[in-house]
Design a protein around this ligand. Structure first.
Ligand code: ZN
Length: 253
């Protein structure tokens, strides 16, 4: 089965870069998914369906979020609940604080700094997990694993294994999936993910993922990016439907 796996980063009131989807558009996108008959599933549901004959809805969609921002809890999670959807959140463990909220060191552009996004704290991650959100690993410190595996293989391995171990200890649950920071992987990194015990690992090249025939350590996702100011709700909806392959070719925006 070919399933769309959507990849978001930030959902908030403003959209200073294309990685921020406005909360209004996110609500519209979730309403569109529901109108089109999609039902959201976790990556584990997809994995189980292809490895253990698990049952899937007729139109499954995975809704994933990279980086574990606070705005997932405040903006995206309530909208998901309103539409009856679940999601997967990939977290870089060194940026998840206990009492103190943390900011990362990779959102460096002036636009990102104009509206800084903090990360979730562990208490929130645990609450989200209890509410049915699938938590995934996004390494410890969000480094480019492909280049790190060439210069310092031990560090690349630690980024993957220590992240998995910490989330599992905090949640008392097994963590099945990893998302590669900056979508970079390669055979060495994919082998590290396999060796660490992940069931699969996600990249983001914009295609649908074929659960039977594609490599589970190169799970393709479709990035959902904002289209900048001045886009009408109808144009935004058409663009989203085109991502899902739901528009006839002659009306693709
Ligand atoms: Zn990331």
């Amino acid at each position: 089965m070919k399933a769309p796996i959507l990849a978001y980063h930030k959902v908030d009131t403003r959209s200073p870069t294309r990685f921020w989807v406005s909360a209004d558009f996110f609500d519209m996108q979730m309403a569109t998914l529901r109108e089109l008959g999609y039902e959201s599933v976790s990556l584990y549901d997809l994995w189980r369906s292809s490895h253990c004959d698990g049952i899937l809805p007729a139109k499954p969609v995975c809704i994933t979020f990279d980086d574990g921002y606070e705005n997932f809890a405040t903006r995206a999670f309530p909208v998901l609940g309103k539409h009856g959807f679940t999601a997967t959140v990939f977290i870089p463990t060194d940026f998840m604080g206990d009492d103190q909220r943390r900011w990362n060191d990779w959102d460096r552009s002036p636009e990102e700094r104009s509206f800084p996004a903090a990360h979730l704290v562990w208490r929130e991650v645990i609450e989200l997990h209890r509410s049915g959100i699938e938590i995934g690993a996004h390494t410890r410190t969000h480094r480019d694993l492909e280049s790190l595996s060439k210069t310092s293989p031990a560090d690349a391995e630690d980024e993957i294994t220590a992240c998995k171990r910490e989330i599992e200890a905090r949640l008392s649950a097994e963590i099945g999936f990893l998302s590669y920071p900056y979508r970079t992987s390669g055979p060495t990194v994919e082998n590290l993910a396999r060796k660490a015990g992940f069931l699969g690992a996600a990249t983001m090249n914009g295609g649908f993922f074929d659960t039977q025939h594609d490599d589970w350590y190169r799970i393709d996702r479709i990035p959902v990016l904002s289209r900048g100011p001045g886009i009408s709700p109808q144009e935004e909806r058409d663009a989203f439907m085109a991502l899902l392959g739901e528009l006839p070719r002659n009306t693709q925006p």
